[in-house]
Design a protein around this ligand. Sequence first.
Ligand code: ATP
Length: 661
Amino acid sequence: MSFFHTIPSYSVLYFLFIIVLTAPSFDMILCCKFLNNTICAGIDNKLDNGSVQQSNVDILLADLPGNASQNAFVNTSVGEGQDGILGVAICLANISPSSCQNCLQWAVKHLYSDPKCKNSNSAESWFDRCMVHYSSHELFFGVPKTRPNITTFWGKSEANGGGLETAVYKLINNLSDSAAKNSETRSALGQLDYNQTSTSSTTIYGLAQCTRDLSAGNCSTCLAKFTRQLKIKSSGSTYTGARIVGDSCFIWYDNEPINNTCDQNAENEHINNPISDQNSGNGSSPVPPEGRGKSRTKTITIVTAVSVVVGLLLLVIAIYFVWLRKRTTKASSSWRATGYCKLRPDIRVYSIYELKTATQNFSPSKRLGRGGYGEVYQAVMYGRSVAIKRLLKASKENEQELIKELSLVSYMEHPNILKLVGYCFEKNQYFFVYEHMPNGSLDKHLKDPTSRQKLSWTTRFKIIKEIAQGLSYLHYGLEKRTTHVDLKLTNILLSKEMAAKIADFDMLRTFETDETHQSTEKGYGTIGYMAPEVNVLALRKNYSLKSDIYSFGIMVLEIVTGKGIHTFRKTESEENISESDENLTSFVWKNWNCKRYLEVIDPYLDLKIQRDNEQMVRCIHIGLLCIQHEAAKRPDILDVQKLLNTKEPLPPPSVPGFLRD
Ligand SMILES: Nc1ncnc2c1ncn2[C@@H]1O[C@H](COP(=O)(O)OP(=O)(O)OP(=O)(O)O)[C@@H](O)[C@H]1O
């Protein structure tokens, strides 16, 4: 019997973990200062020792520092249902991963060392450069908390400091704006020169940051609220530095650069902490205050060196036990999945319990639609409207492939690409969670006569251009050229403002080389949208950037004609349709060759405006260029964008796919 089985595994892990955390780190001594604040739920909200929930808290806290360090942020969960624990950890955006990890380890240590936090079902701990927060009941992802927890001021300059006050507000406002817009890190660091004369100037430095689960709007709201609380004047003089820290955002300015070294002004700070009285821990910082004289430095260095070695040794043992525990624990696979690949840090990992709750157990009333690969449900999660796609055909065998694709999709960021919000891979079930598009898919608007009538040419032309922009991003805007493979009207979703977004990336394939390289992987696609070279002999595998262009061309023709690829099969009584073997391509091509351009345009469109008519005919022309039989003759998406936005003469189209013989 192994050591792991003879000794209760969890206690050993916990014991080692605490020892490792207690060992001081040199980096830590330099970089991180406890803000004298832990908040823990009261005595009525204690978890039972040894309960699944408490063990989930421990697992979460053991993992948060490491998981957050690389990207200075993580929000995650451990366990599910009533046992589930949500956690978030954040560091200042500019500190190094090791400093971030150290800081968070200290923050976690404070949660364990504060007696009030023992077995608490929710707790928070702040340092000047990081924060950890967990809760068993509070849904805090994506929800802005705009109440400052700690406000700190330091240094004083004379009178108004030669324009310091104006400079601070200007800088913080600019940084707040940039931070909100920065979807990658939701942070901004900068400086501003003020008090300028011909020979000198003074510089003020600043930082604004939100937790990355916040939307741009919520981040902006949080930072604006904090900025309003920045009363930087006191008895006629102005503070040269200040910091306001909260659960969802923080701002900081200083007359020294804000870097990842110590705050030299720490001991002079005046802390205005609205909640520390009732919540603070024992108040003694584990970090020696900076600048206490050189006599201690030598001792500290020796102790540190020894501690680092011992700490590292113990860390290795602790990691081994964490690994053993992960292998044997029944913790949710959604939690484990994050370890397999690099995902954008703001991608949420949902538990199946959360998804079931949000969709009323996948109630039919919440179902948005069903496709070839699964069902899509609408839900509101943490204040955000989302569409949950439940994959019915995925299985354990293709989990790794799905995770690879998930990783790729998670980094896609474009206004015309549907945004992935999170996922859940649990109990052999697979879910992708996307932003919800209230106006549904474009096909529905063209199928329903009332919506079709409402779909003006201006909107249709805008949608065509937006699809082209999204496709251009997939083809040329990512690290690897990426083809969609299954472009069709059901995969074009419309926002509240009728902005088009390309969706359905469950089948994306990337190309390492140029578009002449053809993937040999298993192929997919939808008949009618598939280019002839993809459809040959039902092999469906020769897809390339140019086969996406073919599908794009078919969509353009559908949008201008108002006829879907299936229209011809279904509406035999409709005018202009002679035989059921006619299809969209042959219908457009026949009329085009007879110069009956306006005949093909959707009768629901208003043909009174000459400029619109010209645009419609030009779009048909571009559509025909995209669906030419020979892939090499089709324009690429950058050409298409240019042709859509100019009046450049167009070459005559050659015969479309499938009509050659
Ligand atoms: N993010 C979303 N917001 C709103 N509606 C959505 C969203 N995602 C999907 N839908 C709706 O759910 C339907 C089914 O989508 P799904 O992606 O499963 O299949 P599909 O694209 O129609 O077909 P296939 O799976 O064969 O490609 C869509 O047609 C659309 O109406």
